[in-house]
Ligand binder design. Structure first.
Ligand SMILES: [Zn+2]
Length: 124
């Protein structure tokens, strides 16, 4: 599964190219609930050509979480306030650029537009 490598290039089997991976692929079963990692507001929800169904949530403090490859965009919409742990979608296989991976959630966290390393965040 993809590790968090925003600066390091990793080989993508699906895309047939080297690319950085500013996110974390969390192994999950098909249809498993995807929940908001913290309180916030849905700032974007769209179907991406590469990433499939994507939901972005803005959190206080300039944090932004992104959930990609989702099964559905029907549970929340732009402007919705969400609580930590609230179900926003379910795990799908809609991310074309990671279709060679088993079912998973592609999760990314940014602060002020820059990728955040989860390990560092948890340690601080
Ligand atoms: Zn990924």
């Amino acid at each position: 599964m993809g590790d968090y490598t925003p600066e390091e290039l990793v080989w993508s089997q699906t895309m047939g190219q080297w690319q950085s991976h500013a996110g974390l692929d969390i192994a999950a079963g098909a249809g498993e609930a995807v929940v908001a990692c913290a309180d916030g507001t849905v700032s974007d929800a769209w179907r991406d050509r590469l990433w499939g169904n994507v939901i972005v949530i803005e959190h206080p403090g300039g944090l932004q979480s992104t959930y990609a490859g989702l099964n559905t965009l029907e549970l929340v919409k732009m402007g919705d306030a969400v609580k930590a742990g609230q179900v926003i979608s379910s795990v799908g296989n809609t991310a074309i650029c990671e279709a060679d991976l088993p079912f998973h959630l592609h999760f990314a966290l940014e602060r002020d537009g820059k990728p955040v390393n989860f390990a560092e965040l948890l340690a601080s």
